[in-house]
Design a binder for this molecule. Structure first.
Ligand SMILES: [Zn+2]
Length: 325
């Protein structure tokens, strides 16, 4: 799946800047025949308060048969559910194909199932892949995925029929969608994406594949990638994420010697988080499968013996804990 990112920084939802801890994914479909994922940027990257658009709406991503466009950071509070699901759910819109119209709310008039089957399968597959990626990133399961109409039944979203009204035409449902995500999750255990987990205090390296500091920004000299790690010293400016070239950036404020770990004055340059790989995180989040070198002192069948040794360790000035496995 081809995922592209460009944040809708002009949308009031983006400007509101509220963060969420994603607990699920809400699947929508656009109810706008024939408008594909890339086209939504110019439609919605507008300010309601400035009178540029008549709806207060923004979702995290649109998916069509060719690609996915991410328009909000995944942990940004979106305006897609018309209910409290905005506080918990990432919103994804699947674009509907053209060649039909709507009447009476959710009645698809003139929708040719056979003609649209190929489009539907590709868009479905892209949505499944995006959900798999997000499930891995936020440690969610397919059970955390609901559609807008299910959200409505649970009282956490407005009364909309998507995506069931469309899926049933292709003999699918939100239930079979979840099953498809489950089966894809089972198939491979791809790398957990850790881009957005990069934060102040982390030591990072610049990916060798990165060319510019951010889209349209200055190019990255080779020595910045090769000679040293860097320490992230800033992620927000005036209380807001720093966005350059449509990407969330952090400041490389300190240099860290690759061998000795010694810090020195940094290059003080903002860089796209996506161009960075975390070397060590200041507080490892649970989704990162960080490996450690562990020191074990003893193993006992009797807990009292373990307690005695732990006390000795602590007296000697070492931190320790008892694990039963
Ligand atoms: Zn919806």
């Amino acid at each position: 799946m081809n995922l592209k990112t460009k944040y809708m920084t002009r949308n009031d939802c983006y400007k509101a800047g509220r963060k969420i801890n994603p607990k699920g994914i809400m699947i929508h479909s656009t109810a706008t025949p024939g408008v594909m994922a890339a086209a939504w940027f110019s439609r919605w990257n507008k300010s309601y308060q400035a009178g540029e658009i008549n709806r207060q709406v923004c979702v995290h991503a649109f998916v069509d048969d060719k690609e996915a466009w991410q328009y909000l950071p995944w942990d940004h509070r979106g305006w897609h559910a018309g209910g409290t699901a905005n506080n918990t759910h990432i919103g994804i819109e699947i674009c509907e194909p053209g060649g039909f119209s709507y009447s009476g709310g959710s009645n698809m008039v003139g929708y040719n199932v056979a003609k649209n089957e190929a489009y539907f399968r590709k868009a479905w597959q892209n949505a499944v892949e995006l959900c798999v990626k997000l499930c891995r990133k936020y440690r969610l399961s397919e059970q955390d995925i609901i559609c807008h109409s299910e959200g409505s039944k649970r009282g956490i979203a407005s009364n909309h029929a998507d995506v069931m009204h469309w899926f049933v035409k292709h003999k699918e449902s939100t239930e079979t969608f979840r099953a498809a995500v489950r089966s894809a999750l089972n198939k491979s255990s791809g790398p957990t994406e850790t881009i957005s987990s990069i934060k102040v205090g982390d030591v990072v390296e610049v990916k060798s594949s990165a060319n510019a500091y951010y889209p349209g920004g200055p190019s990255i000299p080779d020595w910045v990638k090769r000679n040293s790690y860097h320490k992230v010293t800033q992620a927000v400016s005036n209380g807001k994420p720093v966005v350059r070239g449509g990407r969330e950036c952090v400041l490389l404020g300190r240099k860290v010697d690759k061998g000795s770990g010694k810090e020195s004055a940094g290059i003080m340059t903002w860089i796209d988080k996506g161009a960075l790989r975390s070397i060590n995180s200041s507080s490892t989040s649970p989704q990162e499968k960080q490996k450690y070198y562990r020191v074990q002192v003893g193993a006992f069948t009797n807990k009292n013996n373990a307690n005695t040794l732990l006390e000795k360790l602590k007296t000697a000035g070492f931190e320790g804990f008892i694990k039963y496995e």
